[in-house]
Ligand binder design. Structure first.
Ligand code: SF4
Length: 373
């Protein structure tokens, strides 16, 4: 079983914190769609015998392509591989989700929308350089549910350097009142080469203190649990049946093929990724040779062990030591740092698996660092 990811590298405007791969020059969109279709048809030849279960359009802003182009790319994928489709997600920004577009996406067979809401506070949205208003986001989500989407995920951000007291509680209240079944809530990090990164460097803004971020995290966990959301991964919460299948499969080490500039793929202990440049990617598409622009890496047992811990310890289910031993030859129980972590309550055993307890997840990276090789 496998997943297919399509990266759409376009956005209407650059958000102040974002370092994903995208361009705001939209004139190459139709050439890019042709290139994505070409890469799908040529790459899927190497995946014969694999059954694909999930399709995910991410970005960038996939909804900026419109339903017709999204449908054309998906058709190429459906025509050139064997599918037992369980989930088809499209990431979308609220301003693109008119009733007409929502109806067309549903008509294609898209069954899950991941909507970039980020905040409902007008001051925050302006600082983030988001195009939509809070009301546009709320209308888009309500319309999506009205049209019949059963799976709707909202992206939100906390740990922000702007917005007043109570901003996060208001955001949570408005998000949890919407007809969604999934929340992805990320702590804002300052990446170099972003507007936010520059503002911190120049001293124009200060990052919020750790204790205020932890208190926002605790407020999030409490409010989500009260509304019936399960906290199944550090940044992800789902109502019953609402977990992201595509991302869950990725965290479990299922093979996936990534299409588009900057997209990563993983299969059989190897990983490879496309060039993070639209121009170089389009050039490769012109020669129909996508392998020339890719970087390949074979993961040894130590790398695989470390990656399994990094993704597994972010999950409610944690890590299975037997599976780790079988796939990497490494014995987690024998790690010298483990007794101390267990004593301090930074890790715990549950159903034979090792996990980090939910209250310690904000410190999860530091805890995981003690266990990796
Ligand atoms: S956050 Fe989303 S919409 Fe904003 S620049 Fe990044 S990818 Fe584009």
């Amino acid at each position: 079983m496998a997943g297919l990811y399509v990266h759409v590298p376009f956005c209407a405007q650059a958000c102040s914190y974002c370092d994903f791969h995208f361009t705001t020059r939209l004139d190459d969109r139709s050439r890019m769609v042709d290139a994505l279709v070409s890469e799908i048809t040529s790459s899927l030849k190497d995946w014969e015998g694999e059954v694909f279960k999930t399709l995910y359009f991410g970005g960038g802003t996939p909804s900026i392509l419109g339903p017709q182009a999204i449908g054309r790319i998906a058709r190429a994928a459906f025509d050139h591989a064997e599918w037992a489709l369980e989930e088809w997600t499209v990431e979308a920004n609220p301003e693109d989700l008119t009733l007409e577009v929502l109806g067309q996406l549903q008509g294609l067979g898209v069954d899950r929308l991941s909507v970039g809401v980020q905040s409902f506070d007008p001051v925050v949205l302006k600082w983030m350089r988001r195009i939509h208003s809070a009301e546009t986001a709320e209308t888009a989500v309500r319309d999506a549910a009205e049209v019949g989407f059963k799976h709707i995920s909202l992206d939100l951000m906390y740990g922000l350097p702007v917005g007043g007291d109570g901003r996060w509680q208001d955001d949570l209240g408005r998000a949890l009142a919407l007809p969604a079944d999934h929340l992805s809530c990320y702590i804002l990090t300052a990446e170099p080469r972003t507007r936010y990164g520059h503002q911190l460097e120049k001293g124009e803004l200060s990052a919020p203190p750790d204790d205020s971020v932890v208190s926002e995290y605790n407020a999030l966990c409490a409010a989500a649990a009260q509304q019936g959301y399960e906290h199944y991964e550090v940044s992800n919460f789902a109502r019953k049946g609402g977990r992201s299948r595509h991302n869950s499969a990725y965290w479990e080490g299922t093979p996936y093929l990534g299409i588009g500039p900057g997209a990563h793929s993983f299969r059989g202990g190897a990983r490879w990724w496309n060039v993070r440049s639209n121009a170089a990617y389009l050039k490769a598409a012109g020669t129909m040779d996508f392998s020339n622009q890719q970087t390949h890496e074979v993961l040894d047992n130590t790398n695989r062990y470390n990656e399994s811990l990094i993704t597994g310890l972010r999950r409610l289910e944690g890590v299975c030591p037997e599976k780790l031993l079988e796939t990497t030859g490494q014995r987690l129980e024998a790690h010298p740092a483990l007794p101390g972590l267990l004593d301090r309550g930074d890790c715990e055993w549950a159903d034979g698996r090792l996990r980090i307890p939910e209250p310690r997840w904000p410190m999860g990276d530091a805890i995981t660092l003690e266990l990796i090789l």
